[in-house]
Design a protein around this ligand. Sequence first.
Ligand code: BTN
Length: 324
Amino acid sequence: MSHKLSSTVTQVLNILNDGTSHSGIDIGNALGISRTAVWKVVKRLHKYNIDIQSKPQGYQLKEPLLLLDQKKIEPFLSDKKISLEIFESLESTSHYLKSKMPFKTQTICLSEYQSKGRGRLGRKWVSPFGRNIYCSFSGVFKKDIGEMSGLSLVVAILTANALEACNPKIKIQLKWPNDFYINNRKMGGILIELMGEAYGNCQAIIGIGLNVNMKDIELVDLDQPWISLEHVVQEKLDRNIIIGNILLTMLEGLEVFNHKGLEVFLAEWEKYDLLKNQKVSLDIGGSKVVGISRGIDHQGFLLVENAAGSIQKFSYGDTSLLKD
Ligand code: BTN
């Protein structure tokens, strides 16, 4: 089910954000809606596991939630022709954009919640309401699909640049091809879907998922160590500012990639590379390669040195850092 983020939901949560109890009648009066309409909003929010308690004095929100806000993000988008769509709930932001292809204008889609968030290699992406960034956007590149191998690395570099500029405590590591790590724990990832077009053009749906204000309890079924930005900076972050900065950096940076390719970003990758000169394991569709990572080549392929000292390169795969 897809729901656009409605101003009623936002306003109800804004009233409850002070953490005190508010009766349905008071909330209704403030917003010009009935008590039943307020109850319906609360019931809907309960479906996302939001902790709103119903007490005799009224409704009370356990922890404040700072929602996505079109007005806060739009000033970061210099090109006014870009369309920004914000949802309360979607199956997946990338799936939604796919249904809108071919794109007439550049579209950015954000959602507070994803019911079927997708990760790389068919994995699921845990997407609780109102805490993280789930963002997909369309891109059209004047490149043949074969020249697009560097795109996911460039998206990772640009996102890392934007995050580090948001707060000096944030220090990103990138795990090839495009996982965001902090202190050796996964903070986010990128999912890119490419569609070749006639005349050497290429369309992409670029999906970015970042753990921003995620609480421990929400990730119990995750199979690897994880971290969210809130853990690092020790305070709640306004996702609007973070996403605004990412989009600003991304739209400019992807223009550079469109004209100059991966080459001009290689030095930056080096700065963030989590795997360089480390012992790694690479899963390539079931078979495993173990060796020392020697960075990437000019196409963005991973270079792995085997025990005999020869270097192999890989265009895809799932990497993990091995302890000696
Ligand atoms: C990974 O496996 O590391 C990639 C995760 C990508 C998740 C993002 S969230 C926004 C977009 N919508 C999805 O369903 N997936 C991507």
